[in-house]
Design a protein around this ligand. Structure first.
Ligand SMILES: C[S@@+](CC[C@H](N)C(=O)[O-])C[C@H]1O[C@@H](n2cnc3c(N)ncnc32)[C@H](O)[C@@H]1O
Length: 371
């Protein structure tokens, strides 16, 4: 079957690399969507192992439609009965961008009617009770009249690993935090520091990577309730992932934040993920002794000052951070911020900058490599 891994804009290449590492052949890469070839096993592995993807979906069809009649007919020829049983639930979610059929509720309703008609016919039953406990979330995406129709296999979005019970006001999605670590120069033999660590997401994602822990190991997926999934296969893939943990890899990971409350949350989150050895310390970054850091990677998501009145204080903070960081020796910094003039404020040109979105905010990941 054809499977789709969805992701945030800007993370496509990372997801592609993760799929390649699993040995899964890529068919097509588009904005926020990587189509790959795979069977039931591939679907389970992708859900369990991808760190930067949001969802794994079964691709049901792709076509052009500009009228509701066309949409109804095109959806009606797709083999829904292959997956959805007589009493399974199949809610429909639709998004439409720059398309003639722009009403999302109307698209949802037409798709639902068409799937109902097909299932009634194929299952030879007027009654589709939708009460078996298995859910097949149908996702409809239309962009410039081109429809892509999928069934979601993940359930909760994959950024929900299960370790983060509490967050601060500006938490970063685990998928973006993992992407930042992948885009950095950090390897587990180096010290890693987040001087604005908040609830600890970047550091926990780094620890999971260092010890080769599958990000989906401690959560459930929608596909687990699907009767056609071979439960033994799922159990085996899960056990194999458990066996691949490298718990012996030592972690040299430090998080600082000015807020003692958020650090308690960070400690709790790290504990939930199985890490008691990430060091969290309540410290204003001005009081960090940067001179004692050598050959260390810093990765962080500092305050953004999104409101206009906060801008001057954040700019001052970035300037002061630049001065403090300049005392470190041979260290690298990977920092995400919407600020277009961060390098000027920081006092050094960036070696690289990459556009990434953090919760819909256009940001830049600036890289300052070791000198
Ligand atoms: C955008 S949040 C970081 C969110 C984090 N990546 C997460 O996933 O939870 C920025 C953090 O910077 C901290 N902060 C603000 N001023 C600081 C300062 N002067 N020194 C250290 N931390 C500070 C805030 O308490 C906040 O937790």
């Amino acid at each position: 079957m054809e499977l789709i891994a969805t992701c945030a804009f800007g993370l496509e290449k990372l997801v592609q690399d993760e799929l390649k590492k699993l040995g899964l052949p890529i068919l097509k890469t588009e904005d926020g969507r990587i189509t790959f070839e795979g069977d039931e096993k591939a679907m389970i592995q992708a859900n369990l192992w991808l760190r930067c993807a949001d969802r794994i979906q079964i691709k049901m069809g792709e076509f052009q439609a500009t009228t509701f009649d066309e949409l109804f007919d095109m959806v009606g020829v797709l083999p829904w009965e292959k997956y959805i049983g007589k009493s399974d639930a199949f809610p429909v979610d639709a998004t439409s961008v720059k398309s003639i059929l722009h009403s999302e509720p109307a698209i949802q309703s037409i798709v639902k009617k068409s799937v109902v008609k097909r299932l009634q016919l194929k299952h030879k039953s007027e009654i589709l009770s939708e009460n078996s406990g298995a859910t097949y979330q149908i996702m409809v995406k239309s962009n410039k009249d081109q429809f892509v129709i999928t069934i979601d296999s993940s359930g909760d979005s994959l950024h929900k690993r299960g370790y983060r019970t509490k967050t601060n006001e500006a938490p970063m999605k685990e998928t973006l935090a993992a992407a930042m670590v992948k885009l950095s120069d950090w390897t587990p033999d180096r010290t890693l520091v987040d001087p604005f660590c908040g609830s600890g997401t970047i550091l926990i994602e780094a620890a999971l990577m260092a010890q080769n822990i599958a990000p989906g190991l401690n959560r459930t997926f929608a596909f687990e309730k699907w009767p056609w999934i071979d439960q033994n296969m799922f159990k085996n893939i899960h056990e194999e992932a458990q066996a691949e943990k490298k718990s012996e890899v030592k972690l040299r990971i430090y998080g600082f934040d000015i807020d003692a409350g958020i650090l308690r949350t960070a400690g709790g989150n790290a504990g939930n993920a199985g890490f008691r050895n990430i060091n969290f310390q309540c410290t204003d970054f001005h009081d960090i002794d940067f001179a004692k850091f050598e050959n260390t990677t810093f990765i962080c998501n500092p305050p953004y000052g999104e409101r206009l009145e906060d801008k001057p204080s954040v700019e001052k903070m970035y300037r002061e951070f630049g001065k403090e960081f300049a005392q470190s020796r041979n260290c690298s910094l990977f920092i995400i911020t919407p600020s277009e003039n961060f390098p000027q404020l920081f006092g050094r040109p960036a070696d690289k900058n990459r556009k990434l979105f953090n919760g819909g905010i256009k940001c830049y990941l600036y890289s300052f490599l070791s000198k």
